[in-house]
Ligand binder design. Sequence first.
Ligand code: SAM
Length: 283
Amino acid sequence: MTHPGQLLKQESLYAGKEMGQNFLACPATARMIVDRACISEDTRVLEIGPGLGALTIPIAAKTRHVIAVEKDRRLVPLLQKELENREIDWVKIVNQDFMKTDIRSLAKDNKLVVMGNLPYNISSQILFQLVRERAYIEKAFLMFQKELADRILALPGKKAYSRLSAIARYAADISFVANIGPAAFFPKPVVDSTVLVFDFIAPADVSRNTETLLFTVIKAAFSKRRKSLKNSLVGMDLGLDKPAVARALARADIVPERRAETLNVAEFLSLTRAVETLLPEKS
Ligand code: SAM
């Protein structure tokens, strides 16, 4: 692996902060992440933000089914060259914003394994997108800023427990893979990074509509996290007034003075089902 600093210098390019460009510069770390994904020759991998190929190259050594979505068009010819130098001609590079990528059309009939050392400025949005599209994804190996990974892993009652923790925990079994220090990157970030693996799940007894409402309930509850649920759920997002919120909480058997940060996923789900009974039926 050529050092990313050297590759960029050769082309008079720089790493862009606005695209979260901290490139992996440690081949052993890249190999460890790819090895943990247990990719076989049949695995179809979708990589988010391949950059200069630190993960792409070891991924392509394991499978010929690789799609890599990179937003920065300056990097595409460099990545192409890095692959050609290794006689790898089976990686499909898509020069596109991942947030505009149609995961379903890429998956076709086979679920994808998603991998990425994520651009840190949009990691949460990417995770929400993967959750929404998880019917087409088997699992995801993703690198986050450690602080964000801690929030994703946080349990109810902890300060770090957030909308992201509740939604991620509903949609996946999440495991910790590794912490990685700044020295493994170019340029070196000021923070540590963490790799997590998401084994996506879709509860059979939750319809698409109920799931959408669940995400709205979670969002509304956490948007005013310092308030008790009897207040935070009132208003715009759900369109419920105070008496309706009180009825929903009573039906779900949840004490109205509790706050969002104390509710586990099962409780959010029963609250959602109670809210559902109060909404007008859509024809
Ligand atoms: N995978 C490479 C590595 O590990 O060295 C690069 C990781 S770097 C943290 C994030 C990469 O995501 C960069 O290549 C950046 O250009 C790309 N990127 C940023 N925003 C993106 C977006 N919206 N869609 C696709 N790629 C994006």
